[in-house]
Structures are given as C-alpha cells and as structure tokens.
Design a protein around this ligand. Structure first.
Ligand SMILES: [Fe+2]
Ligand SMILES: [Fe+2]
Length: 201
C-alpha cells in the first residue's frame, strides 16, 4: 500500500479506493462547476432581459425617460387596485421598489456624478435629496397595511413628487448635461449607466 489516504475512521485505504475517491471528488467538482456556470448563465440572461428595454431605448436620457414611463405605469396599476387587493398591491409595490432601486443606482452612480463634474453640483444635490424622499415614501408604504385608507392617498402624493422630479430631470437637467458633453462622453455615460443598471437588473 503506497497511499496515505485514510477512511473516515482514520484507517489507511488501498490505492484503488483512494483512486475511486479522487475520481468521485473530481466528478462532484465538475458537476458543481457546471451547476454554477448554468446558474451564472441564467442570472446573466435574466439580467440582460431586464436591462434590455433600457439599453434598447437609446442614449442615456432616452433610456432613463423610458424607465420613468415604466415606473408611471406601475403607479397606474397600483392606483387602479381595490382596497381589498392586498396581495396585488404588495406585488406591485415590490415591482415599483425594484424598478426605482435600479433607476436610482443608474442615476446616482453614473449620471449625477457626471452632473457634478460638469459644474452642476446644485442640480445633482437637489435630485439626490429627491431620491431620499422617494425611499421614505417606499418605506412608509412598505410598513403600512396595504388595505389602509391612507394607502392610495400616499401613493398619489408619492406620484406627484416623483413626477415633478422626473420632469426636472427630463426637461431641465438631463438635456443640459447632454448638450454639455461631447458625443464620445455621452456614449461612455450611456455605457456606464447600463453597467450600473445591470448590477441590479
Ligand atoms: Fe432621479
Ligand atoms: Fe430619473
């Protein structure tokens, strides 16, 4: 016996047993690696599908405007629910939360820093404060019974605030930044924004 492999009781085992053990371990390792690769591919596919509408919408201001529209559709759907539709309200709220989290990462990690670099720090700070309000609305809604009488009132107030924020971005700050950047810088910013969105897609 030349092997130093031992069994579970600490006894030495034969070369053949040791070889079989190693083969099984390698097979298990390969299966785990293949499983992980399939998992990664599934995750990558799901994220690609989730980020696709943003990517296909065009450059960064068009992409973010398309996400604004999608968010407003979710508000429409929530506002159309009956008080007793607790499960549907919970599901739609989760979708809204996810869409806004992804959108905020894209803006806060790419667009707002670019606004600052372009000498528009005041605009960036005001917009980021609005994002704090958005999170507060989401927090309140999350902690509220979904059939509470104030649920829809809170949704309406939230929508009013977020629509004002979206208008400021779409009509004032984003066109100004886009005009200030070169074609190349805008292309780079679009890529960077999509990379950030992909992380949370
Ligand atoms: Fe924003
Ligand atoms: Fe936005």
């Amino acid at each position: 016996m030349t092997t130093l492999d031992r069994d579970s009781k600490g006894r030495f085992i034969s070369d053949e047993d040791a070889r079989q053990r190693r083969t099984s371990a390698v097979k298990l390792g390969l299966a785990a690696t293949a499983g992980a690769a399939i998992g990664m591919m599934a995750l990558f596919g799901r994220r690609t599908a989730s980020q696709a509408p943003t990517i296909l919408a065009g450059d960064w201001p068009q992409a973010l405007a398309a996400e604004h529209k999608a968010v407003l559709k979710l508000f429409d759907a929530i506002e159309a629910t009956q008080t007793r539709a607790v499960a549907r309200r919970t599901m739609l709220l989760a979708q809204l939360k996810h869409a806004l989290a992804k959108h905020a990462i894209e803006e806060e990690n790419a667009i707002y820093p670019a606004l600052r670099d372009a000498g528009r720090a005041d605009a960036a700070e005001s917009l980021i404060r609005d994002h704090g309000d958005v999170k507060h609305f989401l927090y309140d809604l999350e902690n509220m019974p979904k059939n509470a009488p104030e649920f829809l009132e809170t949704i309406k107030a939230f929508r009013h605030e977020i629509e004002t924020h979206m208008r400021e971005e779409e009509e004032r700050d984003f066109p100004a930044l886009k005009a200030q950047l070169s074609e190349d810088q805008n292309r780079k910013l679009t890529r960077q924004m999509n990379r950030e969105g992909f992380k949370l897609a």
